[in-house]
Design a binder for this molecule. Structure first.
Ligand code: SF4
Ligand code: SF4
Length: 351
């Protein structure tokens, strides 16, 4: 890993140069919430001034730019007995700027499934390879998040450049050759002893900020033990099966595929659409049998995939602790509450 420092004025120059010929997606203020705090989303920007790097958290994750809600996988044209298939997954180079450590870790977890799984996705791969990621250390921790508890507050790869704010300059961690080349477009410096000291201070300040305290040790075993727990019935009774939690989750990738034929049978389209394991028909099969007819069971499997199944396959939880699911849930179902209830249940059984 290489480290450099970059004066903030030169960082602005760098972004303006990128903007001249590339799409740039960055945290942008879109509204002010009822609590008076600004609301940000990752959106395409046209000028440096639109970017706000001291944001808290976006409602939607960056997943949207790699796994869009809906995408055409292929198109077919039928001509007599002949037919042609068209598949497009080319993406123009673009820069995703301002991702926090948790969201970069979310992309790394998506990579495990979408690039390194049994069936790598060329669509995802094209977007990932053509998107340069510039991360930034959070200005403040989001207090309802629990990234530290799930090990997502530190990021070591999955980015091209990573910025830590040192006041008048950025401490830049270079994560790839193309990141190094990009940085070469503007003046930057080797790190000095003062830079290293200021970097350590900035990291320590970040780590000292308060965050939701949730105990994640032994969670996989707890989930095994509490498989039949009433906790699932209690939280499941509230669940509306709306799927909002999976849609905003940076690491949920379930999907469905549909084929649509034109009325004249001359063409058809195969479309992929994100799906949610909480949806009523998620486990319904041909013939109408539903393996998970109860919303409590579906909610349970949602949690099992986040904290048990993915861990077994990849030795880390799928969840990055952002609590976007908790924020968006219309009935107040959130990981800290559900996991806390399971822990209370286990404690009461032990006493
Ligand atoms: S399950 Fe919830 S807290 Fe975990 S990564 Fe998904 S949205 Fe974030
Ligand atoms: S957002 Fe809440 S109500 Fe909707 S499916 Fe998820 S847990 Fe259930």
């Amino acid at each position: 890993m290489l480290f450099r420092t970059l004066p903030k004025a030169d960082f602005q120059t760098l972004v303006e140069r990128i903007l001249e010929s590339n799409e740039v997606i960055a945290p942008k203020r879109v509204a002010v919430g009822q609590n008076g705090k600004p609301i940000h989303q990752y959106l395409p920007v046209e000028a440096f001034d639109e970017i706000e790097l001291d944001y808290e958290k976006t409602d939607y994750s960056a997943k949207t730019y790699f796994l869009p809600y809906e995408e055409a996988l292929s198109r077919y044209e039928f001509n007599g007995a002949d037919w042609e298939q068209e598949i497009r997954y080319r993406v123009q180079p673009r820069v995703l700027l301002g991702l926090h450590p948790c969201d970069i870790n979310g992309l790394v977890k998506l990579d495990r499934y979408m690039l390194k799984g049994l069936f790598p996705s060329p669509y995802y791969q094209a977007r990932r390879e053509n998107t340069l990621v510039i991360g930034v250390l959070c200005a403040t921790t989001c207090q309802d998040g629990f990234c530290r508890a799930v090990g997502a507050s530190e990021v070591t790869h999955g980015f091209d450049l990573f910025l830590t704010d040192l006041g008048d300059r950025y401490f830049v961690t270079i994560g790839s050759d193309r990141g190094n080349q990009l940085l070469g477009n503007v003046p930057h410096s080797e790190v000095s002893e003062d830079d290293k000291r200021d970097y350590s201070t900035a990291r320590a300040r970040f780590n000292a900020q308060p965050q939701t305290d949730v105990q994640m040790q032994n969670l996989a075993s707890l989930l095994d033990i509490e498989f039949e727990s009433d906790v699932w019935r209690k939280w499941g009774a509230k669940c509306l099966s709306c799927g909002n939690c999976a849609m905003v989750c940076p690491t949920c990738y379930c999907y469905g595929v549909r084929e649509e034929m034109s009325m004249d049978f001359g063409s058809s389209t195969k479309t992929k659409q994100l799906y949610a394991c909480n949806f009523l028909d998620f486990a319904e099969v041909a013939g109408g049998h539903n393996f998970r007819p109860d919303q409590g069971i579906r909610l349970k499997y949602h949690y099992y995939h986040q904290h048990r199944g993915f861990l077994e396959q990849h030795e880390e939880p799928k969840c990055i602790g952002c609590n976007r699911c908790g924020r968006v849930c219309p009935v107040g179902i959130h990981p800290v509450g559900v996991i806390g209830d399971l822990q209370d249940e286990e404690a009461s059984e032990a006493s």
